[in-house]
Write a protein that binds this ligand. Sequence first.
Ligand code: 5GP
Ligand code: MN
Length: 339
Amino acid sequence: MQNISAFKEYLNRPRKVIIVTHFKPDADALGSSLGLAGYLKKKGHQVTVVTPSDYPDFITWMPGNKDVVIFQREKPQKPKQLIAEADTIFCLDFSSLNRINDLGEFVRVSTAKKVLIDHHLEPEQFADFEQWDGTAASTAELVFQLIDELGDKSLIDQDIANCLYAGIMTDTGGFRHSNTTYKVFQIAGELVALGANPSKVSKQIYDTNSIERLRLMGYVLSQKLKVLPEYRTAYIVLTAEELKNFSSQTGDTEGFVNYGLSIKGIKLSVLISDRRENIKLSFRSLGNFSVNDMARKYFDGGGHRNASGGQTKLSLEQTLEKFLSILPEYKEQLLAEEN
Ligand code: 5GP
Ligand code: MN
């Protein structure tokens, strides 16, 4: 953080802190928030984590989960009041206020000091303090670095370490994606030294499937995964009815998009699903092909170069049509050979 000494001084007084994650938080959003919350509580601050929406069951083991305020489940008064009373708002794992839906306006107008900790591309400028790094693999590692810069690494206990480790593990796809750097291993290693348990965290996140989710995955892989070799592209389209037929819960489709990218020769993979309130798109790519550009330009979204998301208010069919219609624009990039 650039103004770290001012930030350190700011935290010398006990603060009323809200930590906000993005809509449908993943393990990095919730893990970095609960890890930070654990640390700030140890420093004597009053801390509440607020999520705009619910989140998958496979991250509810995280220490501090039971105290999370889920905006969608509350009468708007409670989070509204929490935000009105807060003197400090941390925004974690997102950098544009439209990623927190209705909460965005409360945060925008709040007079609290705002702190951004994030690694998404093209951040909005709204924060007083920023720990932003577009090259970081996860927000969790930025929280680790911030605690370290504040001279408090020794305050990271097993609970905090497990939360942060979970964020790093998932945002690197289990230490496999191109964002898996030496620094990632270094920080993950330090977290293990501080008590994180890799096999336990991995079991909780990757191996606690419901049978319905596995059946949905089987159906998707056998019936729904389509390949367009001429564009080195794979895509999956899921209707609301299909999701309902498999009793799909929040988080059940997470990771499906990676199967498209696991096919030899495929450079772009997309999952398009009907969430009823909107159509959600999940993009993954390899190498220099930027799904961030594609998601921003056509699907009101963004993210990282190789992992982004977006949405439309079109029908499912129209969304697929739109996606297919823009592929020729990207054909040259998709077919370009890379070393
Ligand atoms: P996922 O496909 O796993 O939902 O998201 C991939 C990445 O894109 C994540 O870093 C996520 O935060 C980001 N992302 C997902 N949906 C959206 C969206 O609608 N807008 C923006 N700006 N980013 C998104
Ligand atoms: Mn993240």
